[in-house]
Design a protein around this ligand. Structure first.
Ligand code: PMP
Ligand code: GLU
Length: 410
């Protein structure tokens, strides 16, 4: 017979972890965790150079700041429509037409609290338990966890530095099963910086033609931070518009990470579903930030030239310095502001008394020995690499790379 004290024991056990399985099974965002650790060590007086967080080191352009101030003065202080202000959705439609040749209607646009929330909305409205989502790896850290949190099953398709971290049509086809519901990818890619060309996307599109029930999430948040000279949205490939959800935002290109505005262009039924979930969860994105975003997306992308030029020259600097480090293998990233070197040649070695087993050990070793914060490739689905964000000054980048070179010399 069960005794009263047994119930008490069971209760105590449950109370010791009252959190849901959902949250217990969720991994912490490694990018944000590493940035927090770097901040903490800095506060303790350590001379840390943080290359962990992907965040532009520029200020928001003045004309956008003015628009935000004006919005406050004009009393944009009430709830906006759940899917965003009509003027902003119109401006986003103009942007999709101007930059991507895409004809979205305002009813296909939903504005959210950052592209991260756009992605979360999509997972919530599209995935049932057990639905598979193909993630070409490396992928952005949060895709995996957002998919899992929504009941989906992430299916990683590995790539390597030798193929510029891009998947082939054959790999895509081999990953498709009767349970495949979606494919999510970013181009320019976080973390590899790879940019898919129109030809490459067309070849992937040829495979997807055979599977009309698969939806695509195209995360184009780094669209403007692109040194390749061309950019192609997969939604512009014939036959794919009606099953692509194009995700974008102002955080990266416009140096507006804290404004927290992202948006999607999507088939209308998906946009409606995302609005429905937002109506229950957030009531819509911040009103002031939305007004400022109208000005940002309406601006000619040439207003970003100074930042893009700086990222381009830092890319060259970092790639050049990394190539001088024996044992490191890299691709030449064509966009975003990350490098994703393969550090697997250090696995099994002992550097200054520290045994290195994997990429996480390399990343932690660099933090301890060189005072440089990076993020392990495991977080992005590639256990051979580590990620550096080069969104910081030339001086800091040179110093960081010098320290890394010394530390890896053992
Ligand atoms: N997608 C990618 C590929 C990113 O790197 C980021 C970085 N934050 C996001 C989405 C999320 O952007 P936001 O800050 O607008 O939520
Ligand atoms: N996207 C950035 C990164 O990958 C910011 C951090 C985050 O949103 O997780 O570092």
């Amino acid at each position: 017979m069960v005794q009263k004290k047994d119930f008490r024991a069971i209760n105590t056990l449950l109370m010791s972890n009252p959190l849901s399985d959902r949250i217990n099974n969720l991994a912490t965002s490694q990018t944000l965790a590493m940035a927090a650790l770097a901040r903490e060590l800095k506060a303790q007086g350590k001379d840390i150079i943080s290359l962990s967080l992907g965040e532009p080191d520029f200020n928001t352009p003045d004309f956008i700041k003015e628009a935000a101030k004006k919005a406050i003065d004009e009393n944009y202080s009430t709830y906006s429509p759940v899917d965003g202000y009509a003027e902003l959705k119109d401006a986003i439609c103009r942007k999709f037409k101007r930059d991507n040749g895409l004809d979205y209607k305002p009813s296909q646009i939903v504005v959210s609290t950052g592209a991260k929330q756009s992605l979360y909305n999509i997972a919530q409205v599209m995935l049932n338990d057990g639905d598979e989502v193909i993630l070409p790896a490396p992928y952005w850290v949060s895709y995996f966890e957002i998919v899992k949190l929504s009941g989906g099953v992430p299916v990683e398709v590995p790539t390597s530095v030798e193929t510029d971290f891009k998947i082939t049509p054959e790999q895509l086809e081999a990953a498709i099963t009767p349970k495949t519901k979606m494919m999510w990818f970013s181009s320019p890619c976080n973390p590899s910086g790879s940019v898919y060309s129109r030809e490459e996307l067309t070849a992937l599109g040829k495979v997807l033609e055979k599977y009309p029930n698969i939806y695509i999430v195209a995360d184009e948040i780094y669209e403007h931070i692109n040194f390749s000279g061309t950019f192609c949205s997969i939604a512009s490939i014939p036959g794919l518009f009606d099953r692509t959800i194009t995700v974008n935002g102002v955080a990266k290109a416009f140096a507006m990470t804290g404004y927290r505005i992202g948006y999607i262009g999507a088939p209308e039924f998906i946009a409606k579903a995302c609005t429905k979930i937002q109506g229950q969860v957030t009531s819509g994105a911040n009103s002031i930030a939305q007004r400022a975003t109208i000005t940002a997306v309406d601006a000619d992308p040439s207003v970003l030239n100074h930042m893009v030029k700086a990222f381009h020259s830092r890319r060259d600097l970092v790639v050049g310095l990394l190539k001088e480090i024996p044992g490191i293998k890299i691709n030449v990233p064509e966009g975003a502001f990350y490098v994703f070197p393969d550090v697997s040649s250090f696995f099994g070695k002992t550097l200054k008394g520290t045994e290195i087993k994997d990429a996480n050990d390399v990343s932690m070793y660099l933090l301890a020995e060189a005072n440089v914060a990076t993020v392990t490739g495991d977080a992005f689905g590639n256990p051979n690499c580590i990620r550096f964000s080069y969104a910081t000054s030339d001086e800091l980048l040179k110093e960081a790379l010098k320290r890394i070179k010394d530390a890896l010399a053992g």
